[in-house]
Design a protein around this ligand. Structure first.
Ligand SMILES: Cc1ncc(COP(=O)(O)O)c(C=O)c1O
Length: 441
């Protein structure tokens, strides 16, 4: 079989430098085990399981197949449900329609985003904090920026994460090769420092126990616990990073939900512009989870150990890996940061926060330990002593309700489930009735 290597276990491998081996087509038709000669990226092989939310989706579908009549409600994945305000969709429509005209047409734009939008983002969210438009990079969302950040820093970077936290930090680090393998017993990857955020420490890490790392991923308000750090806590975090020469990747995806006067941007903290990148998104601000628009701030003052501005390298990454956010979507972003657009976004935030209140009250009345849901759209409910996946499965089975198991966000999430407030009101009310039926007695 010229050009075809047959491996020990009988799997056929297409060989030759870029040539399709003679006989390979016939062989692949005969055997479903035909492979290429390309070695699998070992970092992907390190990932313990599928990404959390597709796995939840899979279990939901399985439940629906078994119970075709069930009206499943999802308060699981933090996906928004309410329509985008008209002031914003008008701008999206206008930009889309304009593409049909000579004057309104535009092709590739700046990879960093439209100048006008960068300026407005700097004014609206960082006014008075010394952040200029050249430090704001518009993107297709925070999750993509988090992955690109790993590309920015490379594999030879040590990492600390809150435990529990949004899974993209750990999974992107694993894929980049910045971690060791998964320890099945502890559910932790080697070479990642897990900063325990437990109810015992108010969901803020005890920094005296955290080792020095290059990067510190910090999500505030936290997904999934809904905890929001105070000014003093954030100052302690920034001081800690500066002492260790670390860079904080501060994920402010839910900052607009903060209502208790805590800082909404890390740049409100003294010294943060010398040690912090901040990423943010319109996903949970304006219902842009499907539309896709976010931004990342990389201050000019932030430098690598050799003095190179991080901003310069981030610019290089964005110009190489990204071709600019959609021109239509950026027009929508411009509408979001007008006064009317901002008020409309706050209307959405108020709506989801009312859901939070209802969910919090429901679990509190039933005697559960309840956290979050005040400065964040997530309610973190304790089921002490029970594995989160079991609780998730029980709620799905008995209430036809999708939640998210706490352990999916890291080992310290064990014993909790996260309930998202991003449902529509009727669904939230129905979910509450079902929960009370099962757990309220
Ligand atoms: C903490 C956090 N950061 C980032 C994201 C992703 O945001 P985007 O939709 O902009 O990619 C999410 C989405 O749920 C999130 O919870």
């Amino acid at each position: 079989m010229k050009g075809v290597r047959v491996q020990a276990r009988g799997r056929a491998v297409v060989g030759g430098k870029g040539r399709v081996a003679r006989g390979a087509t016939r062989l692949s038709a005969l055997s479903s085990e035909t492979t290429t000669g390309v070695k699998r990226n070992p970092n992907l092989a390190k990932l313990g399981a599928g990404y959390l939310f597709p796995e939840i989706g899979r279990r939901r579908r399985e439940h629906q197949e078994k119970n075709p009549d069930a009206k499943i409600i999802s308060l699981g994945i933090g996906d928004t449900t309410e329509p985008i305000p008209k002031v914003i969709t008008d701008a999206l429509q206008g930009a889309a329609a304009g593409l049909n005209t000579k004057e309104g047409y535009s092709g590739y734009g700046a990879e960093q985003g439209m100048g006008g939008l960068r300026e407005k983002l700097a004014d609206r969210f960082y006014g008075g904090l010394g952040i200029g438009s050249d430090e704001v990079f518009v993107s297709d969302g925070s999750k993509c920026d988090i992955s690109r950040m790993l590309m920015l820093f490379g594999a030879d970077t040590s990492i600390a994460v809150q435990d529990p936290a949004y899974p993209a930090y750990v999974d992107s680090s694993v894929i980049m090769g910045a971690t060791g393998t998964l320890n099945e017993e502890t559910s932790q990857y080697k070479n990642i420092v897990y900063m325990d955020c437990l109810k015992e420490n108010g969901f803020f890490p005890d920094l005296s126990k955290v080792g020095k790392t290059d990067l510190i991923f910090f999500c505030n308000p936290n997904n999934p616990t809904g905890a929001c750090a105070s000014r003093e806590q954030l100052q302690a975090l920034v001081d800690f990073a500066k002492r260790n020469g670390s860079i904080i990747v501060y994920d402010a995806a839910y900052a607009i939900y903060i209502e208790d006067g805590s800082p909404k941007s890390i740049y409100e903290i003294e010294g943060a512009d010398e040690c912090c990148i901040e990423t943010c998104s319109f996903s949970k601000y304006a219902g842009f989870t499907g539309v896709r628009l976010g931004w990342t701030v990389v201050p000019n003052k932030l430098k690598f150990s050799d003095g190179t501005p991080v901003n310069r390298d981030w610019n290089r990454i964005m110009t190489t890996c990204f071709n600019g956010a959609s021109n239509i979507v950026q027009a929508g972003g411009l509408a979001c940061v007008t006064d009317d657009g901002f008020d409309a976004m706050m209307g959405l935030v108020t709506y989801y926060k009312e859901n939070c209140k209802l969910i919090r009250e429901c679990f509190t009345e039933m005697g559960f330990e309840v956290y979050g849901g005040v400065n964040a759209p997530y309610v973190w409910v304790g089921f002490e002593g029970r594995p989160s996946w079991d609780v998730f499965a029980e709620i799905l089975e008995k209430c036809d309700l999708v939640t998210t198991p706490g352990s999916g966000f890291g080992p310290s999430g064990e014993g909790f489930v996260r309930v998202s407030a991003f449902g529509n009101r009727a669904d939230v009310e129905e979910a509450i009735m079902r929960l009370k039926d099962v757990y309220g007695k």
